[in-house]
Design a protein around this ligand. Structure first.
Ligand SMILES: [Fe+2]
Length: 254
């Protein structure tokens, strides 16, 4: 997601400190640094000159029914994802992060494991954009071509991969994500899991994510209540866009 040029009459001095959404907050040192940045912004009285936009899923909100309901998307995308975008825009306006591509904001605010306050919102925007693009109506089934060959090579079989991916998603304690990623150093596919907003962009230099499932409770509670394993099974069997995953793998290897 790129920052787009828009203007609003608000000044950056109006924006509150916020952004710890389910993860440990920043260290005192970073909190001080952040406060200084915001004070500087306030003193200069910057106007908002750029902000991220809420990108819609690549299909209508009812397109994943009956596996993921329109109501679930209305809350998950329309409220949770929107809140991350709104909060990030408030946090970074007038700071040195304003105007950077989203991936750069994610990496810089992760700050080598000592996250700045904007990290959670920035990473959650990136994660959700990636999650919506990991699904499609009438998805699921089995991949084909080079993607299937690499899955079989790196996990032993497609069935073993599914077992391992489901286990990673089911055993992520609390809020988080499970991922399939291409590891450049080994030229192999690997399964990762991460807590809260953390993603493979900051888990190592050579991971390129190609598939993700959101296992925050807000992603399945409306349709599946507390049955996370049922949601994970439906995601794999009915929703995954293997075309998108294959396309991401091609780009990762290029
Ligand atoms: Fe989510």
């Amino acid at each position: 997601m790129q920052a787009t040029a828009t203007t609003t009459p608000l000044t950056c001095s109006l924006f509150p400190l916020q952004g710890s959404h389910g993860a440990a907050g920043p260290s005192k040192r970073n909190q001080l640094r952040w406060t200084k940045l915001q004070r500087k912004c306030s003193q200069k009285g910057f106007q908002i000159t750029a902000q991220f936009e809420l990108k819609p899923p690549p299909y209508p909100l009812n397109a994943l029914e009956p596996h993921m309901s329109k109501e679930s998307l209305e809350f998950h995308w329309g409220k949770h994802h929107r809140a991350y975008v709104d909060n990030l825009n408030k946090q970074i306006v007038g700071t040195e992060l304003d105007g950077l591509p989203l991936e750069d904001v994610v990496r810089r605010t992760y700050n080598k494991g000592d996250p700045l306050p904007a990290f959670n919102n920035a990473a959650q925007i990136w994660n959700h954009d990636f999650f919506w693009g990991s699904m499609k109506p009438d998805g699921g089934g089995k991949p084909s071509g080079e993607l299937l060959e690499m899955i079989e090579r790196d996990f032993g079989s497609y069935e073993k991969f599914i077992t391992d991916f489901k286990a990673a998603a089911a055993t992520q304690f609390g809020a988080g994500w499970a991922w399939l990623a291409y590891k450049e150093e080994d030229k192999k596919l690997v399964i990762l899991k991460s807590s809260n907003a953390v993603n493979p962009l900051v888990q190592g230099q050579d991971y390129t994510p190609i598939l993700t499932i959101d296992v925050w409770e807000h992603s399945y509670y409306i349709d599946y209540r507390n049955r996370r394993p049922d949601y994970i099974s439906v995601f794999v069997e009915k929703l995954v866009s293997w075309e998108a995953v294959g396309s991401r793998l091609e780009k990762a290897k290029a």
